[in-house]
Design a protein around this ligand. Structure first.
Ligand SMILES: *[C@@H]1O[C@H](CO)[C@@H](O)[C@H](O)[C@H]1NC(C)=O
Ligand SMILES: *[C@@H]1O[C@H](CO)[C@@H](O)[C@H](O)[C@H]1NC(C)=O
Length: 497
């Protein structure tokens, strides 16, 4: 282990020196913006007219409404193939605590699927984590209410040529110890409901399969917060065997562990942590993975938009600080201004933010900070069951200001009024659906979650808190007709200062 660690360190050391030399030997290039360790490319980023790509209207979308209350008579555009429902029976789930089938009184089924694409050559195409059936334990009463433990379940999946996911491995629970919290007393009968919820999977820049989920908080006087698992293989062993390293993804043994650090770190704001925190979504700065960063930045809010950066990691928690926007990049209110009929607190982020390079996948598309954006899906939420959808884009570079906001869209076969709760998005290229088509070669190493403009887009969701669903659409269909966020002119900025 130690020897291996040293080898990695020395390789890192020499590569850094090499890259520094290369960088200095390339006069006039914009190397520093894209020559990012360790996935260097010798060519310049491909020039792209980003604003015209984002704001152009996809064919056939002309007639559709943009947002609620904008005075247009039409519906929102419907994207994608009809929703596919992914079967998984409760009897097929193994309880990792006992090694036996889930036992005892349960309620519900598997829903709210988060998905992560594995590197090619892996035994499964994808790993999924979903909310499983609840464990009901009438014996344990909390404030007079029977206890209900929410559970996460993990499994491998493959996709058919029509883009339909199916489970291809035994499913097992993820062991996340959990207990009722005094801090949840204000939530009335929900004080008895605890456990992990809403799994959002993503690749860290270090190349590990990470998970952010809703869980209890460690502090006694708060209720719920978010947990970050840097490597899902710690808690779901079969993934270590199924996963083939490559595409920036690394072997289980190659990531140095932080001595004493838990593998389920609580995400905590240095200031302003609420009693119940939900829906934090992770991302990593830069146009391409830096090959080393484990702890994610967080998109905390879409309206007003707020980014958090990790400032301190200790054995149980990652401490986050707000990223403050300078006046000339202050587009905080762009999302709420665009979707003006929604109260800001009814707009919340859904998927992690993913890197999207706005040219076509292939050797001719080199990613850099001018042609790559972070994009994520958000929900407009209305009680009890409405979850609308739209996309927004953010700058890959600090301070990660909002660049553009997109129109509402509906998904084929799903109504916005049926709790269709989106968790993750995955890029799909033709070779993923048809093994006779070779995977496209790329000029840089990109994680399997890096999107390009001509990719298909697979969205995974929960349906009515009862079923796992997915919809396949295209990047172009969900991305068009974006409103570019206005920025204050230099004069106004001067006046503000
Ligand atoms: C799943 O897909 C992989 C290739 O991605 C293949 O090797 C494997 O056999 C498939 N498994 C099943 C059960 O279909
Ligand atoms: C992101 O910000 C950087 C630095 O301000 C800028 O150079 C770059 O062009 C921006 N990217 C996009 C896509 O607007």
């Amino acid at each position: 282990m130690l020897y291996r660690g040293l080898t990695i360190l020395s390789v890192t050391f020499f590569l850094t020196i090499y890259l520094t030399l290369v960088r200095e030997a390339t006069p006039g290039s914009t190397a520093s913006s894209y020559l990012s360790f360790p996935y260097a490319s010798s060519s310049r980023p491909t020039p792209v007219d980003v604003f015209s790509v984002l704001s152009s209207t996809p064919p056939g979308h002309e007639e559709y409404s943009w947002t609620e209350g904008d005075g247009s008579a039409g519906d929102f555009v419907t994207v994608g193939s009809p929703a596919h429902f992914i079967p998984l029976e409760n009897e097929d789930i193994v309880d990792v605590k006992t090694g036996e089938k889930l036992v005892g009184p349960l309620s519900g089924s598997t829903f709210n699927l988060g998905l992560l694409k594995l590197p090619r050559g892996s035994k499964w195409g994808y790993v999924g984590v979903a909310r499983g059936p609840h464990r009901k334990r009438e014996l344990v009463m909390v404030n007079g209410n029977p206890s209900v433990e929410h559970v996460l379940v993990a499994f491998g999946l493959n996709i058919t040529s029509e883009g339909k996911l199916h489970v291809v491995s035994p499913a097992q629970t993820i062991d996340i110890p959990m207990a009722p919290k005094a801090g949840c007393l204000p939530t009335k009968h929900f004080v008895a409901t605890y456990g992990a919820e809403d799994p959002r999977l993503f690749w860290t820049d270090a190349g590990t399969p990470a998970l952010i989920m809703a869980r209890y908080s460690d502090a006694l006087d708060t209720c719920r917060s978010l947990g970050f698992m840097p490597d899902l293989r710690d808690k779901f062993g079969p993934l270590a065997d199924a996963l083939a390293p490559g595409e920036g993804v690394v072997d289980y043994q190659s990531i140095p562990k932080i001595p004493g650090a838990a593998n389920n770190l609580e995400l905590v704001r240095a200031q302003g942590q609420a009693n119940v925190e939900k829906n934090w979504v992770g991302f990593y700065p830069g146009a391409i993975a830096d090959g080393k960063t484990i702890h994610p930045h967080v998109q905390y809010n879409f309206a007003p938009s707020l980014t958090l950066e990790p400032v301190e990691v200790n054995s149980r928690r990652i401490l986050y600080q707000d990223v403050i926007l300078p006046p000339q990049l202050d587009t905080r209110k762009c999302v709420q201004d665009a979707h003006f009929s929604w109260e800001p607190r009814k707009i919340h982020q859904a998927s992690p933010l993913y890197r999207l390079t706005l040219c076509e996948r292939g050797m001719g598309c080199v990613a850099g900070e001018d042609n790559t954006v972070l994009f994520g899906m958000a929900h407009t939420q209305r009680s009890p069951t409405h979850y609308g959808k739209f996309i927004a884009t953010f700058n890959v570079s600090a301070p990660h200001n909002v660049i553009s906001v997109g129109p509402r869209f509906s998904m084929n076969g799903l109504s916005d009024d049926q709790i269709n709760y989106a968790l993750t998005m995955v890029p799909i290229e033709d070779g993923d659906l048809d093994p006779s088509i070779p995977q496209k070669r790329l000029p840089q190493t990109h994680l399997p979650s890096h999107f390009f403009l001509d990719d298909k887009l697979l969205i995974t969701l929960g349906h009515r808190d009862r079923a796992m669903t997915s919809v396949m659409t295209t990047v172009r269909d969900v991305l068009g007709r974006q409103k570019i966020c206005p920025r204050p002119t230099p004069q106004i900025v001067d006046e503000l200062q």
